[in-house]
Design a binder for this molecule. Sequence first.
Ligand code: ADP
Length: 474
Amino acid sequence: MTPITCFEGRKTALFGLGGSGLATAAVLIAGGASVDCWDDGEAARNKAAEQGFAIVDLNKADWNAYDALILTPGVPLTHPAPHWCVIKAKGAGIEIIGDIELFFRERRHIAPGAPVIAITGTNGKSTTTALIAHLLKTAGRNVQLGGNIGTAVLSLEPPSLDRVHVLELSSFQIDLAPTLDPTVGVQLNLSPDHLDRHGTLTLYAAVKERLVSGASFAVVGVDDEMSAAMATRNEAAGRATIRISAEGALRRGVYAEGSEIYFSRGDAPKLVADIGGIGSLRGKHNAQNACAGAAAALLTGVDAETIVNGLKSYPGLPHRMEEVGRVGRVLFINDSKATNADSAEKALSAFSGSIYWILGGKPKEGGIAALEPYFERVARAYLIGEASNEFAATLQGKIAFERCETLQRAIEAANMDAALAMNGEPVVLLSPACASYDQFKNFEERGDLFRSIVKGLAGFAPVGPAATLKGDDA
Ligand code: ADP
């Protein structure tokens, strides 16, 4: 853990007693601060009290006694309306910050210049964060991975010159980190999301941009207009900026042309790697993630050969186009994280044909109508859950489909049909384009069940290593 010694002797109010809230309270206390803890939920308060934290009703507290409000990122700061504790803190004129801010202040206090790579964006944060951590581990670096993925930042080892922190940051976390200054700040992409919490797309973008402008080196995806504008502003301000694109050549930056990743400094582009054949990095969206990964790794001193090896051995994250294995020629893919049509589109576009598509669950607004351009890739669809009637109506006359109700039946039917496919590489793809809550606790449970059923199929074999890659020095 990272004790927060820069708050020694200060009195703080801490709101939100989930996992990261408890971790934050513990490290503040370990560093010598006093922490009055509160949560609107009684169960959370009781759990914290059992662990020995001081529970103080912040509704009734004297807010003038506090130096800061430490807030959990799930609590509304501005939209749809500021939480009551935010109003109290603002009334008392004290700062409102989160665990990420505490981490960066402690870094300045105990290990200025300790390498930190921070990653944000609307989509692909976890994939890119895990990929960068993997590339650095491949280079033999001591890596601390966390933030919005896995371990809360303050439960990681403290910042230090001989280890690299690789942190996924959500916009809520950035909103609570006014002095964010990572070594490398990665902003992948931007599309409307979480607007209920940020108000407008412009405000949401402004939060993400603080990661770009605070970084010593910014890595910015320029495939959407708002992120491209961030890169332009950052360059105009004279700050080091590496552009990345999955849409083709850039004069300066790291970009993908098809499956080939290039690095150009304004002169002849150098081939960094070819990611074709890497099962964990299929699809154009992953080319963007791989460009960001390669750029961040290059900036932290990883050589091109190690980047090639790291890309090749990247295992990918569970439930995101995860290769589960094969039965004969048939490849089984778990993309349970695809809870909307946008995400399912990424998976459908990554396979060129003979897709045996398992979809359905709790439908989202708009359904799957937007996916029609990809229907020709689908050999047959298998409908599960609540969305079956709605999706059947969309697919009628366009794709052969059957109603399977459960995942088990869908897998059995798809396995049988795909095994009889005459040619190509048939793929059984769970990419539901729906939330899971009608039949499962969450998308993880849905994907875990898919994986375990598939592993139990007769003739199942795990997938072999990715294809050989070329690369040269960059
Ligand atoms: P996040 O952490 O931002 O939610 P993940 O890495 O978990 O992102 O990926 C979630 C889903 O987002 C993936 O299953 C895929 O459908 C989509 N995705 C991943 N990377 C990108 C990207 N660079 N651009 C657009 N969509 C992406």
